[in-house]
Ligand binder design. Structure first.
Ligand SMILES: C[S@@+](CC[C@H](N)C(=O)[O-])C[C@H]1O[C@@H](n2cnc3c(N)ncnc32)[C@H](O)[C@@H]1O
Length: 373
């Protein structure tokens, strides 16, 4: 098993490099209109600069979104039928000319995506854990002019057309192997994510990371695991520091990334190498969490009916019987901004005899092979 990754340092309003119907999933976070840190980028468009100079908030908001619309328009073309787009976006609050207002980015993007013919799936509210929420106090303790603080962002989820079809036997097997654990489903498919820790990558220039507005690895890893299968192609048209690409590496998906700012190039390259280790750690955590979950259920006297055919451990549902989670092993730069990652595949998946648990699933605490022994 291998995955291939490619980064273009170009404008995603023109996706000429990306073939029609070649992308299975989009996971992305655009620059947020009306959030000051993104003003310099939007202001390159003269009309937007003028609107801000003239203190016309709603006009600047609309013009900034018209820039993003050009990227959303391309998604219709590049996604396969049944492909999914996950867009992480936060609303903005801003005082312009003495007038405080909310600029509802999520609703403007949602409206555009519906106009383009996408179907909206239930969205996720990401409750951001922050020590210092950006509080606009307004009238402070006095009604009615005090303002609610924004402490969440959205992950808007759209599908192109009806359900994706898996027609051939090979496609069906791959889909079953791409399953997640029952207990993961219960957590991941909640519409409020309270538990996402800001898994910060250790690599790279801290200032650059801050300027990028990067999202946590786990956000991208979860969405990729939830809405695509192994071997799929994931696109991030606003790649930034490369988080989506690192998560795709960990999840055995291919990835295309587009990014305007070449300053991220070395950070992405360093990051993809580190993503092998980060991915292996995340996969080990998944196996360990499953072990803990199963042991707790057994201790509570509950019977567990099914066994995973590859690893030989108990699972709750029939759908998890063929689940595999390959470990990324090696990384290779194949050309400028192109990378290949290899994976260790469990023996059953290659047609050999059933094996026990992968070697790498070693308890961090005891150093022992801990799982289901
Ligand atoms: C919110 S950041 C994405 C952060 C990313 N999710 C991460 O984890 O690092 C948005 C990124 O989009 C890039 N960008 C903005 N407009 C773009 C465009 N038209 N084409 C390609 N990249 C663009 C910006 O330079 C910025 O790095």
């Amino acid at each position: 098993m291998v995955s291939n990754h490619r980064v273009w340092f170009s404008d995603s309003k023109k996706m000429t490099n990306v073939a029609s119907e070649s992308v299975h999933l989009v996971v992305t976070s655009p620059p947020y209109p009306m959030i000051e840190m993104w003003d310099p980028l939007f202001k390159k468009q003269v009309a937007i600069n003028e609107a801000l100079v003239r203190k016309r908030g709603p006009q600047a908001f609309e013009l900034m979104h018209q820039e993003l619309d050009r990227v959303w328009d391309e998604l219709v073309r590049v996604l396969v039928p049944g492909g999914i787009a996950c867009i992480n976006i936060g609303d903005a609050t801003r005082t312009i000319d003495g007038e405080f207002a909310l600029y509802p980015n999520h609703s403007r993007i949602l409206t555009r995506m519906l106009q383009l013919g996408f179907t909206n799936m239930p969205n996720i509210l990401w409750r951001k854990q922050t020590n210092a929420p950006n509080k606009f106090m307004g009238s402070g303790m006095m009604p009615p002019g005090a303002y609610v603080t924004l402490e969440h962002e959205y992950v808007l989820i759209f599908r192109k057309g009806g359900k994706r079809l898996f027609k051939t036997e090979k496609e069906k097997i791959n889909r079953r192997q791409s399953a997640f654990f029952w207990e993961e489903r219960n957590q991941w498919f909640s519409d409020v994510w309270m538990d996402l820790k800001g898994t910060r990558q250790k690599t790279g220039d801290k200032k650059l990371r801050k300027r990028s507005g990067a999202y946590p690895f786990e956000l991208a890893y979860r969405l990729i695991s939830m809405f695509s299968v192994m071997g799929d192609t994931v696109l991030d048209p606003f790649l930034g520091t490369g988080t989506t690409l690192f998560a795709a590496t960990a999840a055995n998906r291919n990835c295309f990334g587009m990014e305007l700012d070449k300053a991220f190039q070395s950070m992405i390259e360093d990051g993809i190498e580190q993503a092998i280790e980060q991915g292996s750690r995340r996969i080990t955590d998944r196996f360990e969490a499953h072990d803990t979950f199963i042991r707790a259920r057994e201790a509570a006297g509950k019977t567990i009916k099914h066994t995973n055919q590859v690893y030989g451990f108990p699972v709750i549902t029939r759908q998890e019987k063929e689940l595999i989670i390959p470990f990324p092993t090696t990384f290779q730069k194949t050309s400028t901004n192109e990378y290949r990652v290899d994976y260790e595949v469990p023996a059953v998946a290659t047609g050999d005899k059933p094996i026990s648990v992968p070697k790498k699933v070693v308890s961090k605490k005891t150093g022992q092979l801990k799982l289901f022994n």
